[in-house]
Design a binder for this molecule. Sequence first.
Ligand code: HEC
Ligand code: HEC
Length: 445
Amino acid sequence: MSSKKFFLRPAWLAVCIFIASLLFLGLASADPSEKPSPPTKRQIRQPRASGDIRIETLLNNKELQALGEKIFFDKTLSDPPGMACVTCHDQNAGWTGPDSAVNLAGSIYPGAVAARFGNRKPNSAAYATFAPALYAKMVEGEILFVGGNFWDGRATGNLLGNPAADQAQQPFLNPVEHNVKDGLELVRLVEKSHYAKEFVALCERLGLDTSLDDQSQARIKFGYIGLALAAFENSGKVNAFTSKYDAYLRGKVRLSPAERRGLKLFETKGKCADCHPSALGPRGELPLFTDFTYDNLGIPANPDNPWYRMDADINPAGKNWIDEGLGGFLKTQPQYAALVGANLGKHRVPTLRNIDKRPNPKFVRRYGHNGYFPDLESIIHFYNTRDTKPFIKGIGGLDTQGKWPKPEVAVNVNKEEMGNLKLTQKEEEDILTFLKTLSDGYEVK
Ligand code: HEC
Ligand code: HEC
């Protein structure tokens, strides 16, 4: 049956009219009086995948996705064993850290060697595969960086063609995370796992040249491990697009009045959508709530960060360590050396999808790259009042002399889009209510 005829049958016609009317209801509830805020230099068209057809094919390969899922949950791939990706990236916590007690203490996770801590909060592992490879772009006379994975963009995507694939190799070798000696050792561990046969067979089907010596083969297999993890992260299991807001954009549900007010504030007075885009893309793509650019919000240092207490072999700067973000990474890249200063203190805009996802209402999640903010209320209040009001006791954050503490990195702080938004308490609450519509797993009733 041709699809044309299929849709012309009366029963289907009725269904179509029903769906169309639902769509209309969805649009109608989007408040027609609402004008989109004028484009700013932040509103770079949301980049999608690189467009590299081979990488796209690999990231969408079902077998590679299934293999990546096994690796993601495999606790034998660490030294000592016991740590997997899921240890710090759990679906029930929005693909970030699943330990409420660790989060309460600042959201910085211990590694496989339990006395060793990292220096930043885990990003969400979801929606990370959409980041384009890191590149610099001229926008209104200013050079802005876009793309990459990690808060500082150091997983650029230039190694394996996708930032999430580059990223996925790194936790294994990080002494404060999985602590595996090197890529060859990791391949050895994978080849001892319960899915070893599947791994080797798939590498060969995807083109591994078995006439190469073992070391060369292992190097390529290490690449496939990164690609498999990125493929899993690229699957519908991780990039689910099943939030209430997605259902709303698909015309399947209406937002409550408070959610609608929050959405409007998010896109207008709050300026949030300047960097966390919330609208459908030009071809109807669902929004990612990040434009993958970089900014310094002026977030204070988090004195609870256990990194300050690490030994000199892990953290040579000790208590004087400063998180320089993208600028710190650019210091290691000769081609970008002239751009270091303009990027000190900048971190990659994170997705806000699943920002309030938690296994139970009491579960603590902290916010910002260093977990400075103890809850969503306090980071929204920070955007609103950073440059004006003294700190309000009881709403969250860390109280120092009744004011927001000074930024960790004082240069490059964004003063144009935040700091004095003049939102009322109720408007802050409405934005929070809207953010709660971004959790995946919503079921349309
Ligand atoms: C011990 C905790 C820990 C483990 C284990 C861990 N991660 Fe992470 N992950 C982090 C932290 C912390 C960051 C942010 C680090 C930074 O930006 O410097 C991060 C960042 C990421 C990001 C970046 C997302 C983005 O939007 O840029 C991805 C993707 C990710 N991890 C996936 C993985 C995968 C895949 C594994 C397993 C191979 C893994 N992680 C294991 C803590 C962990
Ligand atoms: C100029 C760009 C920009 C604007 C405007 C902006 N954000 Fe952000 N947002 C960022 C960046 C960059 C980060 C990460 C900063 C960091 O951790 O150092 C961030 C982090 C966050 C986080 C924490 C995410 C996490 O995983 O910890 C939340 C929540 C958030 N923003 C919500 C909002 C809301 C709500 C608004 C509007 C009131 C807003 N943002 C406006 C750029 C922006």
